[in-house]
Ligand binder design. Structure first.
Ligand code: G
Ligand code: G
Ligand code: MN
Ligand code: NA
Length: 253
C-alpha cells in the first residue's frame, strides 16, 4: 500500500520523531519518568497517529526496523539527559509482540543499552495485554530474561483486552497501566470506578506499581491519589512533547 511505501522511507528521511510524556509520582508529586511516543510527520498528509500506522508496520514487518529506531533513539536521548545533569528519569518504550518473536530479542535490547550507555534500570518496556496474548509462552520467557538484566516491564492498556488474571501471575511485570477509558469514566460511571479500584488492589497484591493513564482533570488526580494509585500520566500533568521541552520541565524544580 501507499502508506507502507511511505513508512519504509520515513525513518531514513527523518520524518519519525519521539515525543516524551511525563509520568508523575502521585504521592511525591515529582516526575519519575516519561513514555516515549512515536510521531510521524508525513510530508504530504501531515501528522499521522501511531494508532493508524503501527498496525500497518506490524503487518508488513516494518515494525522491526522502526522498533529498532525507537529503542535506540529513546536510549540515546536518555543517556544525553543524564550527561546533561537531569535527574535519572526512566523511559518507557512501547513494543509490539513481533519484536519479542525475532531472533535473539534479549541480545538486541542489551546491545542497544550497551552501545548507548543507558542504564537498564531506567528502561521500561510497555506491552499491551492484546500483544502479550499473542504468544504468552514466548513473552513470559523473553520477559523473564529481560527482567534478569534489570529492565522494567509494564502491562499497558490494562482492562481493555481479554484480561486474564493469569498474566499477572505468570509475567514478571513491574507495573500495570490502567487504560485511559476507565480513568475517563471513573467519576461518572460506578462500573469504571470499580474497575480502577480493583485494578489498583490487584496490582498491589502482586507487588506491581500502578500507573493511571489519561488523567485530564484535578478531580481525577485527587480520586486516584485517594485510591492509592502510584503514578499518573495525562494531559493535566503533561502532554507528549519534544525532547528539549521535556528536559525544560526540570529547570524549575
Ligand atoms: O501517542 P498516541 O496516543 O497517538 O499513541 C497511540 C498508540 O500508539 C498507543 O497505543 C501507543 O501505545 C502506540 N505507540 C506509540 N508509540 C509507539 C511505538 O514506538 N511502538 C509501538 N509499538 N506502539 C507505539
Ligand atoms: O496506549 P498508550 O498508553 O501507549 O497510548 C498513549 C496515548 O495516549 C498517546 O498517544 C498519548 O498522546 C495519549 N494520551 C496521553 N495522555 C492523554 C490524556 O490525558 N488524554 C487523552 N485523550 N489522550 C492521552
Ligand atoms: Mn503505552
Ligand atoms: Na494505554
Amino acid at each position: 500500500t501507499e502508506m507502507e511505501i511511505d513508512l519504509r522511507r520515513a525513518a531514513d528521511e527523518g520524518q519519525l520523531w519521539l515525543a516524551f510524556q511525563p509520568k508523575i509520582d502521585l504521592g511525591r508529586r515529582t516526575i519519575t519518568g516519561c513514555e516515549a511516543l512515536l510521531r510521524w510527520d508525513h510530508p504530504v498528509h501531515g501528522s499521522i497517529s501511531p494508532a493508524d500506522f503501527i498496525p500497518i508496520a506490524e503487518d508488513s514487518g516494518l515494525i522491526l526496523p522502526i522498533g529498532e529506531w525507537v529503542l535506540e533513539t529513546a536510549c540515546r536521548q536518555g543517556r544525553a539527559w543524564l550527561d546533561a545533569g537531569l535527574p535519572p528519569v526512566s523511559i518507557a518504550v512501547n513494543i509490539s509482540a513481533a519484536q519479542l518473536f525475532q531472533r535473539d530479542p534479549v541480545g538486541w535490547v542489551t546491545g542497544v543499552l550497551e552501545s548507548t550507555g543507558f542504564p537498564p534500570e531506567l528502561l521500561e518496556l510497555e506491552l499491551t495485554e492484546s500483544q502479550l496474548a499473542q504468544d504468552v509462552e514466548t513473552v513470559v520467557a523473553v520477559f523473564g530474561r529481560l527482567r534478569d538484566v534489570g529492565i522494567k516491564l509494564a502491562i499497558d492498556d490494562f482492562g481493555t483486552g481479554y484480561s486474564s488474571l493469569d498474566y499477572l501471575r505468570r509475567f514478571d511485570a513491574t507495573s500495570l497501566k490502567i487504560d485511559r477509558s476507565f480513568v475517563d469514566g471513573m467519576l461518572r460511571e460506578p462500573g469504571d470506578a470499580a474497575i480502577v479500584r480493583a485494578a489498583i488492589a490487584l496490582a498491589h497484591s502482586f507487588g506491581l506499581s500502578v500507573t493511571a493513564e489519561g488523567v485530564e482533570a484535578e478531580a481525577q488526580q485527587d480520586f486516584l491519589r485517594r485510591l492509592g494509585c502510584d503514578e499518573a500520566q495525562g494531559f493535566l500533568l503533561g502532554r507528549p512533547v519534544p525532547a528539549a521541552e521535556f528536559a525544560a520541565l526540570f529547570q524549575h524544580t
